[in-house]
Design a protein around this ligand. Sequence first.
Ligand code: AFP
Length: 325
Amino acid sequence: MTLSRHILESQRQAPRARGELSVLLLQLAFAGKIFSHALRRSALDGRLGPTGDRNVQGEATKQLDVFGNNTIVEAFARSELVAAIVSEELDEPREIACGERASYVLCVDPLDGSSNSDVNGVVATIFGVYRPPRENGAEASLARVRSGRDQVAAGYIMYGPSTIFVYTTGSGVHGFTLDHDIGEFLLTHPQMECPPHGPYYAANLANLQDWDAGAQEYVRHLAAGLDRTYSLRYSGALVADVHRSLLEGGIYLYPADRQHPSGKLRLAYECAPLAFVLEQAGGAASTGTSAVLDAPFESIHQRVPFAGGSRDEVAMLERFTRDRR
Ligand code: AFP
């Protein structure tokens, strides 16, 4: 089963669908193939290392951040598929010429885990496709998005030993592995289900002293292995850690800390898309107090505390947070 056939078959389940979302998803997969090819050759082609610039968040950008961003923007620049692209690497949303008739806004983190890129570690592209309410035919814009619940599709492309495209349109989560020989994503992980609990936790423990008391006690509780034994796995790429939780169970968390009082991860193009995937697979994602998908949108690069993975571990974190408020 190719990704294209899978997307077209899902489209048939929605009789009023006009096919635009299908083409949009296929265009993302196309960008993923280009990026996957470039990543495999990045050391050979001199694409590793920093650019010397900083993005709007003040983070040093890598050449691959710029390449990933340009690949996505070019894949949509002359299409009428999206009205705008919001990206971690763009200060402002990129309005797409001719996109004014489009119903969707695309939010992307082109290169999640960029600190891994120079050490041949796992990196990923995260995407959320939003359909904001359009009163009186107004143009689709992120300013009209109320929360992550306005997503109609979300997923990620993970560039590891193999390249995997994982997506949801609200009817389960499906994973496809790129067969480089034939240039197709093929269904390898149908109807992914996140185990209700699992043996892993992922967090940057260097920040532990700066978290709120609930998060600190929660992680100490997991590490002590009082209910079950938990092993620490932290890759430096949110997607890789969430993907592990999705397949084998467990939790990834990046709580607020002194340096990041609202958390480090961005709501529109990191947390909400992964929350949609996790919920669709039977897992959960929380800000520590409520569902990430219910967090109201305020600005394009807004950050939130994030915990995502198996529903038992996420519920336990919420209990610790509540008890220490
Ligand atoms: P980038 O998207 O800028 O690469 O950020 C990576 C990330 O958001 C997430 O993927 C990691 O889990 C986390 O940051 C790593 O942050 P620390 O280096 O502070 O642990």
